[in-house]
Design a protein around this ligand. Structure first.
Ligand code: ACO
Length: 333
C-alpha cells in the first residue's frame, strides 16, 4: 500500500474532528464531501448552514449533510470563546468587543475551537494567504511545549528510488520561518523528526544542510548550522542527526564517505533540514519541477495542535490528502 493510502487508512481508523473554515470555497466543499464519503474525518464546516446546503446542492455534493456546521452568527459558545481569547491575549490588550468581532472571522473561530477542545485540527488556505491562516493559529493555538517556532515540511516522493527510503524524503522548513536562529533551526530539526516518524512512518536520518561539510568552509552561516546540530542532539538524543553537510554529502554515499567519513547520516539522509526558508522553499520547488517529484505539504509542525495551510493553487485531492494528514497528526499528538 502506498503512503497516502496508509495515511488515509489510519485516519479512517481513528476519526478526528477537522474544522474547515473556508466552507464556501468550491474545492474545499468538494474535498469535505469526499472526506465524508470516504470516512476520513468528522468534518466541521464554519458558515451559514443554509448557504452551505445551497452550495452543496448546486455542486451536487450528497455527503455534506453529514458534516457539523458552526455558524459564527449564531454560535452558543461565542461568549465563552471571547472570554478565553481576552484571557489568552490580555498581555496584548485585546478587548472583549475585539474578540467578539474576530470570532466572526472563520479563521479565528476555527483556531479558538481547537484551543477550546471543540475540534482536533484545521485545514485552510485554499482561499486565504499563508499569513492570514497562520496568524490566528500562532496567537491562540500556539506552539507545542519545548518548541517556539512553527515550520513547514514537505514529503518528497522522488522518481529515483535510490534516495531516502525508497524515494521518500522529508524537506523542511520550506514554508514558514524566514531566517531561523541556531536554536530555532534545532527546533525545526526536532519537529521534522517527529513529522517523519508520525506522518511518513519512517525513522528519520537528518542532515543539517549548509554550503560547508564538517568545517570545509568557515563562515558564520555554517557556524549557525553546526550549533543547531548540537542543540538538536541535546533536545532529542533519540534523533539520528548530523551536520553541517552539503547536499551532495548528505545524499550521495561516495561523497558522504569522502567528505564526512564516519558519519552514519552522510550519504544516506532521508530528511533534509535547510538553513533558511529561502533555501528550503527554492529547493523543494526545484526538486518538484525539475526532478518531477511529487511534493505533499506543507505539513505544519511545532504547533500545539495540527493546523495546515494549503496553497491557493491547490486541487481538491490536495485538500482531501491534507485532511487525512491533519487527522494523523491529531491522532499522533
Ligand atoms: N512560529 C510561531 N510563532 C510565530 C512564528 C513562527 N514561525 N512567526 C510568527 N509567530 C508569532 C509571533 O510571535 C507573533 O505572536 P504574538 O502576536 O503573540 O506576539 C505572531 O505570530 C505574529 O508575528 P509577526 O512577526 O507579526 O508575524 P507575521 O504575522 O507578520 O508573519 C508569517 C508570520 C506570515 C508566517 C511570516 O513569517 C511569513 O510571511 N512567512 C513566510 C510565509 C511564506 O510566504 N511562505 C512561502 C510560501 S508557502 C509555500 O510555498 C508552500
Amino acid at each position: 500500500m502506498n503512503l497516502l493510502a496508509q495515511i488515509k487508512e489510519k485516519a479512517q481508523k481513528n476519526l478526528q474532528r477537522i474544522v474547515l473554515p473556508e466552507s464556501y470555497e468550491e474545492r474545499t466543499l468538494r474535498a469535505a464531501d469526499i472526506a465524508l464519503a470516504e470516512g476520513l474525518a468528522k468534518i466541521i464546516l464554519i458558515g451559514n448552514p443554509e448557504k452551505i446546503q445551497n452550495l452543496a446542492a448546486q455542486w451536487d455534493l450528497t455527503n455534506i449533510s453529514k458534516a457539523s456546521v458552526v455558524d459564527p452568527e449564531k454560535n452558543p459558545k461565542t461568549d465563552v470563546y471571547a472570554d478565553m481569547m481576552v484571557e489568552i491575549r490580555k498581555g496584548k490588550g485585546l478587548t472583549k468587543d475585539q474578540a467578539l468581532s474576530l470570532l466572526m472571522n472563520p479563521l479565528y473561530l476555527a483556531t479558538v475551537m481547537i484551543k477550546s477542545g471543540d475540534a482536533d485540527g484545521e485545514v485552510a488556505g485554499a482561499d486565504n494567504a499563508t499569513g492570514d491562516v497562520l496568524r490566528p493559529a500562532f496567537q491562540y493555538v500556539k506552539t507545542m511545549p519545548g518548541i517556539s517556532v512553527v515550520s513547514g515540511a514537505f514529503l518528497m516522493f522522488l522518481k529515483d528510488k535510490e534516495f531516502g527510503n525508497d524515494g521518500l524524503m522529508v524537506f523542511a522548513d520550506c514554508a514558514v520561518h524566514p531566517n531561523p536562529t541556531a536554536k530555532e533551526l534545532a527546533e525545526i530539526a526536532v519537529s521534522t523528526g517527529k513529522t517523519t516518524r508520525v506522518i511518513a512512518g519512517i525513522e528519520p536520518r537528518i542532515a543539517m544542510l549548509s554550503f560547508s561539510t564538517k568545517g570545509s568552509a568557515k563562515h558564520e552561516m555554517a557556524d549557525k548550522v553546526i550549533e543547531a546540530t548540537k542543540l538538536a542532539q541535546q533536545m532529542d538524543p533519540t534523533l539520528k542527526i548530523d551536520g553541517e553537510l552539503q547536499a551532495d554529502a548528505a545524499i550521495i554515499p561516495a561523497i558522504g564517505q569522502k567528505k564526512a567519513p564516519g558519519s552514519d547520516i552522510a550519504g544516506r539522509a532521508n530528511v533534509l533540514v535547510f538553513p533558511t526558508l529561502e533555501t528550503g522553499n527554492i529547493a523543494y520547488k526545484l526538486v518538484e519541477r525539475l526532478g518531477h517529484a511529487q511534493a505533499i505539504g506543507p505539513i505544519l509542525q511545532g504547533m500545539a495542535a495540527p493546523i495546515n495551510d494549503l496553497s491557493r493553487g491547490c486541487s481538491v485531492s490536495d485538500i482531501v490528502n491534507l485532511i487525512a494528514i491533519t487527522s494523523n497528526q491529531a491522532a499522533g499528538k
